[in-house]
Design a protein around this ligand. Structure first.
Ligand SMILES: [Ca+2]
Ligand SMILES: [Ca+2]
Ligand SMILES: [Ca+2]
Ligand SMILES: [Ca+2]
Length: 317
């Protein structure tokens, strides 16, 4: 079992020096590109190539987490249990789950899950696609299953700070949380789920797409299984993301900055849930100061390929 140690100042300096071009705006250690999302209107048409060809590419997988953890230290204990693997490293968390029926040699490895996400924007929407490796497609509940338990299904949980001011999640009102499943939006009541606390300490707002499509203000979702896992593409209206902050909606445009953190569930057929995080770990997920910062750029970013994960991995070899 690995010894726990916090990232030392030396390690932080080393990482910042090695990967300075890849640090995101928060000053935290996001080994994930510079966060510049290019301007492009995507079509939610079942073909994700518009986004994969042109979008900002974000990816992570278990072997990355082990590699970075071994290089820079783990933010928490690594706990290699038979039923669950917990590895926390820097701004990512490998907490994948060994499901009944899953080959134990695959669990927590790159065969279990790999995330590949692509982002663009225009004046109306943030666009995102996923092309994820997964050894078990987990959208197995009935289409009318209105159970809010998003962790029972393959799902990407996006948490936004549209004001980009950080702080503590429980003390901020109106944070938009979006849960995306690899389905077409009309295939299940839970295809898209939206959640927020609209008042500090107040009741959570929870809306499933199938219960109130109009709430989603025109959001579109297409998705399903693939040969290697699953895919989806979505348009997320800025009006939806700014539902609690309408006065700030006009900030969207070239140079606009926001924070966005990912949690991805991967239960692999069980009701228990595995998960992996990008932009946080189990110990700091509600601290918005740690959430990665993004910004919008007016131009298609031809430098995307040079600033993404792949290049960073080359640097660290
Ligand atoms: Ca498309
Ligand atoms: Ca698994
Ligand atoms: Ca899996
Ligand atoms: Ca799965």
């Amino acid at each position: 079992m690995k010894r726990i140690f916090s990232l030392s100042a030396v390690a932080l300096l080393l990482l910042a020096t090695t990967a300075s071009a890849q640090l995101m705006g928060s000053g935290r250690l996001w080994i994930s590109g510079d966060g510049g999302v290019p301007h492009m209107t995507a079509a939610i048409d079942g073909d994700i190539s518009d986004l994969t060809d042109n979008g900002y590419a974000l990816s992570w997988k278990p072997s990355d987490i082990f590699t970075w953890g071994d290089l820079y230290g783990y933010s928490r204990d690594t706990d290699l249990e038979s039923q669950r693997i917990r590895v926390y490293a820097i701004d990512v968390d490998n907490n994948l789950y060994l499901a009944d029926g899953e080959d134990a040699s695959e669990n927590g490895t790159d065969a279990d899950w790999q995330g590949n996400y692509y982002l663009t924007w225009d004046e109306d929407n943030l666009y995102m696609a996923a092309d994820n490796v997964d050894n078990h497609y987990d959208v197995t509940q009935g289409p009318d299953d209105a159970d809010w338990a998003f962790w029972k299904r393959d799902m990407t949980f996006l948490a936004f700070d549209v004001l980009n001011i950080g702080g503590v999640e429980g003390e901020r009102r109106g944070l938009p949380l979006l849960f995306i499943h690899p389905l077409n939006s009309d295939e299940a009541v839970y295809s898209l789920q939206f959640q927020s606390n609209t008042e500090v300490g107040g009741d959570a707002l929870q809306v499933m797409y199938g219960d109130d499509p109009g709430f989603f203000l025109g959001a579109e979702l297409a998705g399903g299984p693939s040969d290697t896992g699953y895919w989806w593409e979505v348009s997320i209206p800025w009006d939806l993301l700014f539902f609690a902050e309408p006065d700030a909606r006009s900030n969207v445009g070239d140079g606009y900055q926001f924070r966005l953190r990912y949690i991805v569930a991967d239960p692999d057929g069980d009701d228990g849930y595995g998960q992996t995080y990008w932009g946080g770990d189990q110990g700091n997920l509600s601290n918005l100061d740690w959430w990665p910062q993004w910004y919008l750029t007016q131009e298609l970013n031809t430098a995307v390929a040079a600033t993404t994960w792949g290049t960073v991995k080359q640097l660290y070899k």
